[in-house]
Design a protein around this ligand. Structure first.
Ligand code: ADP
Ligand code: MG
Length: 634
C-alpha cells in the first residue's frame, strides 16, 4: 500500500488555517479585508475575551446570494480572480479563497448575508469545518461573520494564544491600520460590549484618524509628506519631524494601495529619506501611503500577505526616500523641546534665493546688524532685554525643583552679543531651506558656554553650539568628499597613537576611509600608529584623546561583531564619528564665530539636528512662555 495519501478536505483546511490564522487578529484582518473588497461603507468589529470567545465582523457591503454563501466556504473559492493575468495584477485584498474555509475549520462559524436587492438572506453554520445548517434568514443587507471558540478543536494552537491584553493589542492594531487606510469607511470596534473606537466616515483623508490613534501630542508633531510621484509610484502621508522617533517600529505603518504591508525596500527608503535625522537605534514615526500599478509587485509571497515583493524595489526605495527627504526639507519647524506644544507643519513658499557673492555674505556676517523689530516681543534695549530674558528662561524650566535663591544666575555676566540678523545671513546663503529665510533670529548671548540664546519671531530659541558644529562639520565633510577629499592639516610633529590589538584591527580595516575623511594614520608596529594628518576643521585640545574617542565609537558601531574579525564600516558612520566632538568642549565662542556658526548651520541641508539625530535648535514659543508665567490660561 502506498504511503502517500491525499488529505481530507477538513484536514487540509486546518493545515491551511495554521498559515492564515495565527491568532484572533489574523481572523480580524481577513474578515475586514473581505468587507472592504465587498465595498462596505460601514464595518463593525466585535470581540469577546480578545477574540478567543467571539469575533464578529459585520458590514454593509455587497452581500452574497445563497449559492455564493455556500460556495465561499469551499477551499480556493474566490470571486476575485479568474485568470493567471488577474493574479499578476491583484487589486483586491483577497484572491486565494482560503480565509473563510480556514477560519471555519478552526471555530464555530456562522455567516449571515444578504444581497441588497434580495428579499431574504442566507445563514450558514459550520463547526470545525463541518457544515451544520443552511437556512433562509431575514437580515440587513451585507454580511455578518462570526467565529466563536477559535481553535476549540486544535488545542495545540489554543495553547499558543497569549494573554488577553496581548491578543487584544494585535486585534486593535489590525483594526486601526485598516481604518487608517480607509477613512471614507465608518469603523467601530467593540470589546466585550464596550465601544473602543468609533471612526465616522470622513472625506478629509487619514489625518484625523492618525491623530486619534497616536494622540494629540504626537499628532501635532507630524509633518505632512506631500504627494510625490517617482517612476509610477506615488507616495504621501505623514512622518514624525526631527526629534520625533520611537524605539520600536510600532508607529511605522506603510500602505500599498490601501493594504498594510512591510517591505525592506520601503524601510530602506525611510532610512535613506531620514538620513541622519534619526538617532542610532531609533525608528521613524511614519504613516506612508504608496500607490502604484498592482502589476508592479507580488503580494502572494506571504501566507498572511504581510510582505510584498516589488519588481523594482530600488524605485520604491527612491520614491519613499525622496518623499520623506522633501517633507523634512520643507518643514520649517524647530524642535520645541516642550512636549505640550505641537509643531507646526506649515510650509512657506520657496522664494528663489538671491545670488550673493561669498564676500558679501562675510560682510553681513561680521557687521552688527540690528534685526527688524519682532512682532510679539516687547521692544527693549539690548541689555535690558538680555537680562530680562535670561531670567525668564531660568525660571521657565524646573522652577519647583530649586529653592528661589538658586534662581539668581550665579554667573550674571553673560557675554553680550550684538544683534545679528540671521535672516539676512540666511537669505544670502540659503538654498534649500526657504523656511529659515522667513525667520529672523537675534543672538542674545551664550549660557554656560554651551547654549546660544536667540530670539525668534515666535519666541525663544536655544542652539546647542556643539551639536550645531557637528552638523556643520559633517555637511562640510560630505561636500568635500563629493568633490574629492577633505582638507587636512599635516602635523609638523607626527603624534604616536597607541591602541589595543582589537582597536588596531578596526583602525587598519578602516584606514582608507579615515584617510579620505582627513584622518591619516600609518601603522607603525604592533598597536602603534603614526598620526600624520587630521581634518582641517578639527579644533580640539588633545588630538590623541579625540582619536581614542573615535576608536571607541568605531568599536561600538562595529557592535560586538568584532571578536577577532575585522570589520569595514560605512563611510557615513565613520564621517559622523569623525565629526563628533570635533570642537573643543566649552569653547567660548567669539561673537563673529557665533554669527558664522549660525550662518553655516542654516546653510545646511538638515540644520535642525546633529548627525546623530540630536536637536541643534530648540524653540520655546511665546505662547508657552506666557502660559508658564500665567499670562495665558489655556
Ligand atoms: P478571498 O478573499 O481570497 O476571495 P475568502 O475565503 O476570504 O477568499 O472569501 C471567499 C469569497 O467569499 C470571496 O471571494 C467573496 O466573494 C466572498 N466574501 C467573503 N466575505 C465577504 C463579505 N464580507 N461580503 C461579500 N462577499 C464576501
Ligand atoms: Mg479574503
Amino acid at each position: 500500500m502506498s504511503k502517500i495519501r491525499i488529505l481530507s478536505d477538513a484536514l487540509a483546511s486546518q493545515v491551511a488555517a495554521g498559515e492564515v490564522v495565527e491568532r484572533p487578529a489574523s481572523v480580524i484582518r481577513e474578515l475586514v479585508q473581505n468587507s472592504l473588497d465587498a465595498g462596505a461603507r460601514q464595518i463593525t468589529v466585535e470581540v469577546q475575551q480578545a477574540g478567543s470567545a467571539l469575533i464578529r465582523v459585520s458590514d454593509d457591503g455587497s452581500g452574497m446570494n445563497r449559492e455564493d454563501a455556500l460556495m465561499c466556504m469551499e477551499r480556493h473559492a474566490t470571486s476575485k480572480i479568474r485568470t493567471k493575468e488577474d493574479l499578476e495584477a491583484i487589486a483586491s485584498f483577497g484572491f486565494r479563497g482560503e480565509a473563510l474555509p480556514s477560519i471555519a475549520s478552526v471555530s464555530r462559524f456562522r455567516l449571515v448575508t444578504r444581497e441588497h436587492e434580495a428579499m431574504v438572506g442566507t445563514e450558514v453554520e459550520i463547526h470545525g469545518g463541518k457544515l451544520l445548517a443552511v437556512r433562509e434568514q431575514g437580515c440587513s443587507a451585507g454580511t455578518m461573520i462570526e467565529a466563536r471558540a477559535l481553535f476549540f478543536n486544535v488545542p495545540a494552537r489554543r495553547k499558543f494564544l497569549r494573554s488577553e491584553a496581548t491578543e487584544y493589542g494585535h486585534i486593535e492594531q489590525q483594526f486601526v491600520v485598516h481604518a487608517l487606510a480607509h477613512p471614507t469607511v465608518a469603523w467601530t470596534l467593540l470589546r466585550d460590549g464596550a465601544v473602543m473606537h468609533h471612526f465616522p466616515a470622513s472625506t478629509h483623508g487619514p489625518k484625523e484618524r492618525i491623530a486619534s490613534w497616536v494622540g494629540a501630542e504626537l499628532a501635532g508633531r507630524l509633518l505632512e509628506v506631500p504627494r510625490l510621484e517617482h517612476e509610477g509610484i506615488a507616495v504621501h502621508g505623514f512622518i514624525g519631524g526631527i526629534g520625533v522617533s520611537r524605539s520600536t517600529r510600532e508607529m511605522q505603518v506603510t500602505f500599498l494601495n490601501g493594504r498594510p504591508v512591510e517591505s525592506p525596500s520601503i524601510n530602506y527608503g525611510l532610512r535613506e529619506g531620514f538620513q541622519d535625522a534619526l538617532m542610532k537605534g531609533q525608528h521613524a514615526v511614519a504613516f506612508l501611503f504608496l500607490q502604484m500599478d498592482p502589476a508592479g509587485y507580488d503580494i502572494n509571497v506571504h501566507p498572511a500577505k504581510r510582505e510584498v515583493r516589488f519588481r523594482e524595489g530600488r524605485s520604491v526605495q527612491q520614491a519613499v526616500a525622496r518623499a520623506v527627504a522633501e517633507a523634512l526639507r520643507r518643514s520649517q519647524v524647530l524642535p520645541t523641546g516642550i512636549q505640550s506644544r505641537p509643531m507646526r507643519p506649515g510650509v512657506v513658499a520657496a522664494e528663489p534665493s538671491a545670488q550673493v557673492p561669498a564676500s558679501a555674505v562675510a560682510e553681513v556676517a561680521s557687521a552688527s546688524v540690528t534685526a527688524p523689530e519682532i512682532g510679539a516681543s516687547p521692544a527693549v534695549s539690548t541689555s535690558q532685554g538680555l537680562v530680562g530674558r535670561a531670567d525668564d528662561f531660568l525660571v521657565a524650566e524646573p522652577v519647583l525643583l530649586r529653592p528661589p535663591v538658586a534662581l539668581a544666575p550665579s554667573e550674571p555676566a553673560m557675554p553680550l552679543m550684538p544683534e545679528v540678523a540671521a535672516a539676512s545671513l540666511g537669505r544670502a546663503v540659503l538654498q534649500g531651506n526657504a523656511a529659515l529665510e522667513a525667520q529672523s533670529l537675534r543672538v542674545l548671548g551664550v549660557i554656560h558656554r554651551l547654549f546660544v540664546v536667540l530670539e525668534s519671531p515666535r519666541g525663544l530659541v536655544l542652539m546647542d553650539q556643539h551639536a550645531a558644529h557637528e552638523r556643520v562639520n559633517f555637511e562640510k565633510m560630505n561636500r568635500a568628499l563629493a568633490q574629492g577629499a577633505v582638507a587636512t592639516q599635516r602635523l609638523l610633529m607626527p603624534l604616536t597613537l597607541q591602541v589595543t590589538t582589537r582597536d588596531a584591527l578596526i583602525l587598519e580595516e578602516n584606514l582608507e576611509t579615515l584617510a579620505r575623511l582627513g584622518v591619516e594614520l600609518e601603522p607603525f608596529g604592533k598597536g602603534v600608529f603614526k598620526v600624520e594628518a587630521l581634518p582641517a576643521f578639527l579644533k580640539v585640545d588633545d588630538p590623541l584623546q579625540w582619536l581614542d574617542q573615535v576608536v571607541e565609537e568605531l568599536q561600538s558601531l562595529a557592535g560586538g561583531r568584532g571578536s577577532g574579525t575585522a570589520l569595514r564600516l560605512a563611510q557615513e558612520s565613520i564621517a559622523k564619528t569623525v565629526c563628533r566632538r570635533s570642537v573643543k568642549a566649552n569653547d567660548r565662542l567669539a561673537e563673529a564665530e557665533i554669527a558664522a556658526l549660525l550662518r553655516d548651520l542654516f546653510a545646511c541641508e538638515l540644520p535642525h539636528c546633529c548627525p546623530h539625530g540630536r536637536p541643534t535648535l530648540i524653540e520655546m514659543p511665546m505662547r508657552e512662555l506666557e502660559k508658564r508665567f500665567g499670562r495665558l490660561v489655556s
